[in-house]
Design a protein around this ligand. Structure first.
Ligand SMILES: Nc1ncnc2c1ncn2[C@@H]1O[C@H](COP(=O)(O)OP(=O)(O)OP(=O)(O)O)[C@@H](O)[C@H]1O
Ligand SMILES: O=P(O)(O)OC[C@H]1O[C@H](OP(=O)(O)OP(=O)(O)O)[C@H](O)[C@@H]1O
Length: 215
């Protein structure tokens, strides 16, 4: 039997994924407190690598990892040439255009300045509109406050970050959640193993979501 390599996005996604591994009894291989980046499950022949969310798609696309676990936002932004096998139903949030309530007519403005961590998604969403994209790496909500942009394109979950900064959603763009992605060549040549592993993850996801709804 061949090994499968699974790239997992460090941070929020890693935390939920570890709970799914626990549900299906595959959690013992990963030492959550450690700085180690590679873990090997010698029983199921799975190698786990932990990388920055934006790098998961690169590892999977290049075939270094057969599977990846990452947010749909990152998949869309990277325009990764990969298959999406499973919606994990966690990491749920929404892409939105946001700003101060008084900017709700922002589409009437010439040269709309949009701050975002997601330039590609923003360009696609606005298509032919007259926009200037201001790329940022985080704390995007600061941009309209400091006059760097008119609006932002960012993820909204609870809305607390927007609210704390006096901003509101002006347009909802699309829902986002975590996905299992797959390298296209691996899908052909390791099909059985990939399907059986994905089924297990799917079972873990059901148990995890059941527990979430009970508690
Ligand atoms: N507020 C949120 N609520 C739920 N899911 C979120 C939220 N923000 C981001 N996500 C999802 O979780 C993924 C990982 O987010 P996380 O905050 O761990 O990393 P990041 O800040 O996007 O990246 P990095 O740590 O590399 O800067 C995102 O790609 C998205 O799919
Ligand atoms: O609606 P909320 O529940 O407040 O969540 C939304 C916030 O979460 C994410 O930021 P993150 O915490 O990843 O920090 P960042 O700004 O450094 O990317 C996102 O970019 C928003 O800022």
């Amino acid at each position: 039997m061949e090994w499968l390599t699974v790239a997992i996005a460090k941070g929020r996604i890693e935390k939920d994924m570890n709970k799914i591994f626990y549900e299906i009894g595959m959690g013992d291989w990963i030492d959550q407190g450690s700085r180690k980046l590679v873990f090997e499950d010698h029983v199921n022949l799975i190698k786990y690598i932990f990388v920055k969310p934006v790098d998961v798609v690169t590892y999977v696309e290049k075939g270094v990892a057969d599977l990846g676990v990452v947010g749909k936002d990152v998949i869309l932004e990277q325009e990764g040439d990969v298959y999406e096998l499973l919606d994990l139903q966690f990491g749920k949030c929404t892409f939105a255009v946001a700003s101060f309530p008084q900017n709700k007519q922002f589409r009437l403005k010439n040269n709309i300045r949009i701050a975002t961590k997601y330039p590609n998604i923003t360009k696609k969403y606005f298509q032919k509109e007259d926009i200037e994209i201001i790329p940022l790496n985080g704390s995007v909500e600061l941009a309209p406050i400091m006059g760097l942009s008119d609006v932002i394109v960012d993820l909204v979950e609870t809305g607390n970050t927007l609210k704390a900064n006096g901003l509101v959603v002006l347009e909802e763009m699309m829902p986002i959640s975590a996905k299992v992605i797959c390298n296209k060549v691996s899908y052909r040549f390791q099909y059985e193993k990939i399907m059986s592993y994905t089924r297990k993850i799917s079972e873990g996801r059901e148990k995890y979501n059941e527990n979430l709804s009970i508690n």
